[in-house]
Design a protein around this ligand. Structure first.
Ligand code: SF4
Length: 373
């Protein structure tokens, strides 16, 4: 076997070069308290999502909130968009198993109702919340309840006063709108704020968040709005957020997908885990398959992910579609699975443990994954 060529570009002795963290140190931000779970100011980057049910349908909404919590969401946002939603909020707050954030557009009375119900945070859109009097009324009520407010600036719904600026400098318009709202709330004595600067164009999000981070210590909620369906939305969101997170910017993330919101949470954790910012799920390494494949790797890896969901995050399981890369990948995995024509090789910590019949695979998976707890 040929030795690797040392061309001087890559240090082949990992002992000589200490691994560098992927991300710059987190940018210091002021901390806010979201239902007892701090955000910003050195707290872990929080993962959040939003329900897609009609908020007024209490049972369906509670069910989805619980699904999101079990996927790992730390905050869940619900829209409070009509009287039925406002009426549902007290029960949702009481029975939800994590802090709820009320999403408010147009009608400030919905914000007041959500505060009364005991939500952990409000999200208001400065482009459509209405007059300063309305903002003052909401700020006073939030202040009394000790509830923070996210100023959610969206490129698609900027106030018309930014029409000129947005044409010349979209990112600048997002930043200016956020700073103006922070100042407006500060004028009412309200400082418990977070901001989001969202656009459906990832590079505008990156630019706006960077520019905002350079001038303010207000914690940032990162997101690419209307990012798209599962694959497109995840890719665009992760592209923008990874840049920002690697620069130490971002205190909470939401990956917005036109799909089941549980995917938003899972994708967010995979992203944060890959960047070394959070512990996520146990790692399931799966081969991409090719013409040699001897098993349905997609189904098998999905099943392994499901079984491994509650394992400690440092566990690694490899799923290989044939025996070519099975032994190699198994060396770095706690559990390795490599399919043959009729048998499946099971590795433990790099050693071949047993060869089983394919028909027994499900039962063996359950046993072997259980042993990794
Ligand atoms: S492990 Fe086997 S099936 Fe999977 S990509 Fe490699 S050669 Fe192909």
């Amino acid at each position: 076997m040929n030795e690797p060529i040392d061309n001087g570009l890559i240090d082949l002795d990992p002992g000589r070069v200490p691994p560098r963290p992927v991300c710059a140190p987190r940018r210091p931000t002021r901390q806010i308290n979201v239902g007892g779970l701090p955000m910003g100011g050195g707290a872990p980057v929080r993962v959040q999502s939003m329900t897609t049910t009609k908020t007024g349908d209490v049972q369906a909404t509670l069910e989805q909130i619980r699904e999101l919590a079990s996927a790992g969401a730390e905050y869940v946002r619900v829209t409070v968009n009509d009287q039925a939603a406002a009426d549902a909020m007290p029960q949702l707050v009481r029975e939800a198993n994590l802090p709820l954030i009320a999403d408010i557009h147009y009608d400030h009375t919905m914000a007041l109702a959500a505060l009364k119900a005991g939500v952990a945070k409000l999200r208001i859109n400065p482009g459509n919340i209405g007059s300063r009097d309305h903002v003052r009324e909401v700020a006073r009520a939030a202040q009394d309840m000790g509830v923070p407010i996210r100023i959610g600036v969206n490129r698609g719904s900027l106030h018309k006063r930014y029409d000129g600026l947005v044409k010349r400098d979209a990112a600048g318009a997002l930043v200016q709108s956020a700073l103006d709202e922070i100042e407006a709330l500060a004028a009412f004595g309200f400082h418990e704020v977070a901001v989001s600067l969202k656009s459906s164009t990832p590079h505008e999000v990156v630019e706006a968040c960077r520019r905002f981070a350079a001038v303010s210590d207000v914690p940032q909620h990162l997101g690419v709005t209307e990012a798209g369906t599962l694959l497109a939305g995840t890719s665009l969101s992760v592209a923008a957020m990874s840049v920002l997170l690697s620069e130490g910017i971002g205190d909470t993330v939401r990956i917005s997908l036109a799909d089941d919101p549980a995917y938003e949470v899972k994708a967010a954790f995979y992203m944060l885990q890959a960047l070394g910012l959070r512990e996520g799920y146990a790692r399931v390494v799966a081969c991409p398959t090719c013409g040699r494949v001897e098993v349905d790797v997609v189904a098998l890896a999905s099943r392994v992910e499901e079984l491994a969901r509650d394992l400690p995050a440092d566990r690694v399981i490899s799923v290989m579609g044939c025996i070519v890369n099975g032994p190699g990948e198994a060396k770095t995995a706690d559990l390795g699975i490599a399919a043959g024509r009729t048998k499946v090789a099971i590795y433990r910590k790099g050693e071949l443990h047993r060869n089983i019949d394919k028909a027994d695979l499900e039962q063996v998976l359950i046993e072997e994954i259980e042993r990794l707890r």
